[in-house]
Design a protein around this ligand. Structure first.
Ligand code: GRF
Length: 194
């Protein structure tokens, strides 16, 4: 890596535990920083989570997300190297994908292609895994393209599913995996590719 700071933009729609975890992980890093958080929900808890860290958060309305070129221009002007989707529940439109080729990644709380696609988000994923009596689940970190949960896989990590699990206990196990691996995968990408 040369000396230039690597800048991350996080997109989040909800709770923001991954966003906070990523900010904390890079807090003392001289080369990598979280520059901003973009959201499509004003009431998302991620805004609260960012306050103690001084990371600016912006809520953009649906029109702006749909049009997407304004967002791409803004992120270019902020010298963003990587866009990280952390619980972002809106489709990423083509202008943004074209402006940041192979520079947008997402995390999904299952072993894709299983339990991905439309309607598969949050607790619904874990309910489906338990209903299907799966013996294992896990996380997938992947590049983002036009297909929901369809881009090339960067990393998958597994965990067991126990007969006694509820969607909530499984969600907690998955969350631990996410918090350990997501910042490390981000760090690797930024060290290799920029
Ligand atoms: C995570 O489980 C992630 O895999 C999925 O959305 C959830 C976000 O959780 N894409 P949080 O908002 O980071 O707590």
């Amino acid at each position: 890596m040369n000396n230039r700071m690597r800048n991350i933009a996080i997109f989040a729609s909800g709770n923001g535990s991954n966003a906070e975890n990523i900010v904390k992980y890079f807090q003392d890093n001289k080369d990598i920083t979280v520059k901003c958080v973009l959201s499509n929900r004003e009431k998302a808890y991620v805004h609260e989570r960012m306050k103690p860290f001084g990371v600016p958060t912006i809520t953009l309305n649906n029109e702006i997300w749909k049009e997407a070129t304004g967002i791409a221009e803004y992120l270019k002007s902020e010298n963003i190297d990587l866009i990280v989707l952390a619980g972002f529940l809106s489709i990423i439109r083509e202008p943004l994908i074209k402006a940041f080729p192979n520079k947008i990644i997402n995390i999904h709380p299952s072993l894709l292609p299983k339990y991905g696609g439309k309607g598969m988000y949050g607790i619904h994923v874990h309910e489906a895994v338990i209903n299907a009596k799966e013996k294992e689940s896990g996380i997938t970190i992947h590049y983002v393209n036009e297909d929901v949960d369809g881009g090339a896989v960067l990393c998958q990590k597994k965990c067991p599913v126990f007969a006694t699990d509820t969607p909530e206990t499984l969600a907690n196990r998955i969350s631990e995996l996410e918090h350990f691996w997501f910042p490390r995968v981000i760090e690797n990408i930024l060290k290799k590719n920029t």
